[in-house]
Write a protein that binds this ligand. Structure first.
Ligand code: C2E
Ligand code: MG
Ligand code: MG
Length: 417
């Protein structure tokens, strides 16, 4: 910086963070993650000029210092060049990995005149690039200050949300397609904040994981969901099964199974009426996931693999797991129309998952079913379970009782016959 100031030149600091690197680590193991980092480091180094500096900050974060850069435009060009490196798959121990990166850029002296601020501003810009959908670069702007502050505010509000009674659950029906019978509900967490309004789980579940709040949140959800089953029972509605989402971070805490067992004992819900949903990427974590899942199986709860088809799956590993259900990810259902414009690839994937489930003796449920055509398609190909707006949006507990408490299921008219 001293040199640049004397020579009246500009410097750029680029903060590079690989997108979803954790996914690679979790699903393929640390040795693959390490090898990927080495390759990325080599690619980045080869792309830079002599005199530029590349450093690894830790994890999947790299920093580049560009000396004598031609302002924002010059830095942008370098960033574009770096991004192009990620257009092709990277071959790591026989896996073809598609990796992208998010890049934040800050300039000296324009954006900061001391080192820490320069790096911090590049970091802030990188977060902005992630927030805008990843796989892109972003120059620092003073207006971003508010958003860093916004995240801190969101954190603080979230930490207090449970005690302030702002967290609730919505329940979405799961049905048998041919009979229209209710086979279960999925509990979906909701946060209604007086300050922020309705905050979707896509915005706060990951944040809760980041700030170590997911254990508390997950425990609350589990207990509330089990309690609700008993409440419905007392009101005359027997919901066969309650599905609850588990975050990978809840496994990190080590004692999932004992906690689930305690909640079941406290609420009196039979274990087989609880099904825990874990996403594919979490379940494929070769570390201790198998152990935790076996422990959960041992106390008698059901297990489903959520968002199936979107992660890296090892079928050999899957075979060892005491899982009963695959949930076909809704992205594969969305473009199935049953007509001529139906997405043939998605149809093929949905059919393949159904077949896979059959041959492995697993039940298969499709999520995101929005039309009768999709339901008919699934039924035709041997999948008789579905969840989606066609059958009902996630609603409050009272509404579930209203909708499903009175009429016998076979009078509801969802049957495709
Ligand atoms: P998920 O477990 O895959 O849940 C299904 C999501 O799909 C829900 O979004 C649901 O509202 C939405 N959905 C259901 N049917 C349809 C449909 O027909 N069309 C479309 N377009 N969407 C449909 P939601 O409630 O926003 O939850 C998003 C994700 O947040 C969940 O995905 C789950 O991964 C996570 N999540 C929700 N509640 C919890 C929780 O209590 N704990 C944890 N760890 N994660 C949760
Ligand atoms: Mg789910
Ligand atoms: Mg899902």
């Amino acid at each position: 910086m001293g040199r640049a100031a004397r020579a009246n030149r500009q410097l750029a600091v680029m903060f590079i963070d690989l997108d979803r690197f954790k996914n690679v680590n979790d699903t393929l193991g640390h040795h693959v993650g390490d090898e990927l980092l080495k390759q990325v480091a080599g690619m980045l180094a080869a792309c830079l000029r002599e005199g530029d500096t590349l450093a690894r900050l830790g994890g999947d974060e790299f920093i580049v210092l560009l000396e004598d850069v031609d302002g924002a435009d010059g830095a942008g060009l370098v960033a574009q060049k770096l991004m192009r490196l990620f257009e092709r798959p990277i071959l790591v121990s026989d896996y073809e990995l598609f990796v992208t990166a998010s890049v934040g850029i800050s300039l000296f002296p324009q954006d900061a005149t001391d080192l820490n601020m320069l790096i911090r501003n590049a970091d802030l810009a990188m977060y902005q690039a992630k927030a805008r959908g990843r796989n892109g670069y972003q120059l620092y702007l003073p207006s971003m200050e508010g958003e860093g502050v916004e995240r801190l505010r969101l954190e603080a509000l979230l930490r207090r949300a449970i005690e302030k009674d702002e967290i609730g659950l919505a329940y979405q029906p799961q049905v048998e397609i041919d009979s229209g019978r209710l086979i279960g509900v999925e509990a979906l967490v909701r946060w209604t904040s007086p300050e922020l309004g309705q905050v979707p789980p896509s915005r706060f579940v990951a944040l809760a994981e980041d700030i170590g709040f997911i254990g508390q949140l997950g425990d609350w959800v589990l207990e509330q969901a089990c309690r609700q089953m008993v409440c419905w029972e007392e009101a005359g509605l027997s919901v066969p099964k309650m599905a609850v989402n588990l975050s990978g971070r809840q496994f990190d805490r080590g004692s999932v199974a004992p906690r689930v067992a305690r909640v079941l004992a406290d609420t009196g819900l039979a274990p087989w009426r609880l099904q825990l949903e874990v996403t594919e990427s979490v379940i494929m974590n070769t570390g201790d996931a198998l152990q935790y899942i076996n422990d959960l199986h041992a106390i008698g709860v059901g297990l489903a693999i959520d968002d199936f088809g979107t992660g890296y799956s090892s079928l050999a590993y899957l075979k060892q797991l005491p899982v009963q259900t695959l949930k076909i990810d809704r992205s594969f259902i969305r473009d199935i129309t049953g007509g001529a414009n139906s997405d043939a690839n998605d149809e093929a994937i949905a059919i393949a998952v159904i077949q896979l489930g059959k041959s492995m003796n697993l039940s298969v449920i499709a999520e995101g079913v929005e039309t009768s055509e999709q339901a008919a398609f699934l039924l035709r190909h041997g999948c008789n379970q579905a969840q989606g707006y066609f059958y009902g949006k996630p609603v409050g507990a009272d509404r579930v009782l209203e909708d499903w408490g009175q009429a016998p299921a076979d009078e509801r008219g969802y049957g495709t016959a």
